[in-house]
Write a protein that binds this ligand. Structure first.
Ligand code: KPL
Length: 299
């Protein structure tokens, strides 16, 4: 049985930790000493529509007893979080953050480790030690970069799926990462700038902006050899807005709470790729500028 470690104890980290523990797997919260300050156990209260459970999880600052480390920090925290713990050579890494860039950084920094990248659409909230699973989703994972030896899904995917379905294996994970990147690059900055709910993006007034952003993203994806049409992007954005109509996007919340946003790894990543391929992306540039300046409603 796979021994799991969770790095990043926010909503998604807490959700996976709780569900793995509830499914009977060995799971540890991995964090630097500076964060756990001598604490060796952490109590979590997990809730969803069917159950409410109290759990006690072990905390440690190393991965000696972890075969897989699920990295659930914000994208811009991944490298610092990993360097703050003792990472054993046998531990495989799985990234689960929004945006792109850190996956590639890990490949360069940790050449001896097997790296997996993933993306999840589960919705969760964390308030102190309470983790609430708000919406079921899909987690997609694959070797990063793809095109390496494994063609078959690894066995641990079944365990993760038993803990928190659905987990699917993607042999070309970059495709799935770009699909999620496109969704985040549209929903997150627009809702953050307008300080609105995801569902408001379904109204006609937002459609021209969504269409133009989708077109810029499609062009850059194509230059990066990713098949992602404008109409697929627009359709997925619509679906996510319908499923999460009453939610605030993570970026809208980051702006409201005056926290650092993931804009640099989302639209910032698209701009960097556009520059590499000499593609103009003026709308992506505009939204990045607004977010960085804090030029948002009620701001
Ligand atoms: O991933 C999200 C986020 O808020 O970061 C979406 C899918 C946009 C849902 O809100």
């Amino acid at each position: 049985m796979t021994r799991w470690g969770i790095l990043g104890d926010g909503a998604i980290g807490g959700l996976f930790a709780a569900r793995l523990a509830l499914a009977g797997y060995s799971v540890q919260l991995v964090m630097s000493k500076a964060f756990h300050q001598g604490e060796t156990k952490r109590s979590l209260h997990y809730q969803d529509d069917q159950q409410q459970v109290d759990l006690e999880l072990t905390i440690c600052d190393h991965t000696e007893q972890c075969d897989m480390l699920l990295i659930c920090t914000k994208g811009y925290q991944v490298v610092d979080a990993l360097t703050s713990i003792r990472l054993s050579k046998h531990t495989q890494l799985i990234t689960l953050h929004n945006g792109m860039g850190p996956q590639q950084q890990l490949v360069h920094r940790y050449p001896e480790h097997l790296i997996w990248a993933g993306t999840t659409t589960h919705g969760a909230e964390r308030h102190q030690n309470i983790i609430r699973h708000q919406g079921t989703g899909i987690t997609t994972v694959g070797r990063y970069p793809s095109g390496q030896s494994e063609q078959l899904p690894p066995l641990w995917i079944m365990e993760l799926n038993a803990a928190l379905a659905d987990v699917v294996y993607h042999p070309h994970i970059e495709q799935a990462l770009w699909q999620k990147l496109a969704i985040n690059a549209i929903i997150n900055p627009i809702t953050a700038i307008a300080q609105c709910l995801n569902g408001e993006l379904l109204t006609p007034s937002y459609q021209p902006l969504i269409r133009e952003l989708a077109n810029e993203i499609h062009q850059v994806a194509k230059a990066c050899q990713i098949i992602l049409s404008d109409s697929d992007i627009i359709q997925s954005v619509r679906q996510v807005c319908q499923h999460t109509a009453n939610n605030h996007s993570s970026m809208a919340e980051d702006i409201r709470c005056q926290r650092q946003t993931e804009i640099g790894l989302i639209n910032g990543y698209i701009i960097r790729k556009a520059q590499e391929h000499q593609i103009e992306v003026p709308l992506n540039q505009q939204v990045v500028e607004k977010i960085l300046k804090g030029d948002c409603a009620n701001g």
